[in-house]
Design a protein around this ligand. Structure first.
Ligand code: ADP
Length: 246
């Protein structure tokens, strides 16, 4: 399988003392759902930000769809990101003054693409939002808002969708709903999803869990169960406390 996202020797330091990422090399195959887990401060957010082109690594390379993101200037990077990368954030990041439909349409406008009425309608219908299209986010529940965020992430048909704790602000039922939705984004739409989470149940929706400890890769778990993930996480904690990541 081809890797849609490839990170090579990714390093990110803050000042002389903090190493957030310490040489991470990993690929995310097309049509896969990967969860990124690890203790607080292990570099998960930094990895996502660098992989998505929202931040630059100190050294190392990021490839998306074979194009080297790290080789481009800031303007080209923003342009590329708008066309090829989708985002889902913990706090939805919807614009409160815009309707559901306008929020979903926004990435197309920003990417300089002409919003196609059928594309927008199609995405809204697939995500069960057709009858909410004229509502503003404040009229929706948390789970519905996150649905809108997923619709917005899908609309440009991006190479990859990065999700940062997408269920962190949701109740159990809405969380399951959104995770099922991300799963179907991969299974039915053939998209690639990379999700940072601290929740083993959320991670169990992924095909693979990738663990980070102290800014380094600390193993992976395929077809994860929540119990297996929780156990591995506890073990990672031991490793970090003992001062040596695997
Ligand atoms: P995680 O998402 O796993 O909690 P982060 O990627 O947020 O980890 O952080 C990794 C390390 O980098 C931590 O030690 C954190 O304190 C540090 N860090 C992250 N962002 C900054 C920043 N802007 N300035 C300084 N240190 C940072």
């Amino acid at each position: 399988m081809t890797d849609v996202v490839r990170l090579e020797s990714l390093r990110k330091t803050y000042g002389p003392t903090v190493t957030a990422l310490d040489g991470v090399t990993v690929g995310f195959p097309a049509g896969s759902f990967t969860a990124v887990m690890g203790p607080s401060g292990s570099g998960k957010s930094t990895l996502l930000q660098c992989a998505a082109g929202l931040d630059r690594p100190t050294s190392g390379r990021v490839f998306i769809d074979g194009a080297e993101l790290t080789a481009t200037g800031d303007t080209a990077m923003t342009k590329f990101r708008r066309r090829r990368v989708g985002f889902v954030f913990q706090d939805y990041n919807l614009l409160p003054a815009l309707t559901v439909e306008q929020n979903v349409r926004l990435p197309l406008r920003l990417a300089g693409q002409k919003p196609n009425r059928q594309t927008i309608s199609g995405v809204l219908t697939q995500l069960g939002l057709a009858d909410r299209r004229h509502d503003r986010p404040e009229a929706l529940s948390g789970g519905q808002r996150q649905r809108v965020a997923v619709a917005r992430a899908l609309v440009t048909e991006p190479a990859v969708i990065f999700a940062d704790e997408p269920t962190g602000a949701l109740d159990l039922r809405s969380a399951r709903d959104v995770l099922g939705l991300l799963r179907s984004v991969v299974d039915r739409h053939g998209r690639t999803v990379v999700m940072v989470t601290h929740d083993p149940v959320a991670a169990s929706y992924a095909d693979t869990v990738m663990f980070l400890a102290d800014g380094r890769l600390a193993g992976a778990l395929r077809t994860p169960t929540a119990a297996a993930v929780a156990e591995r996480l506890a073990h990672l904690g031991d490793l970090v406390t003992a001062g040596g990541a695997a």
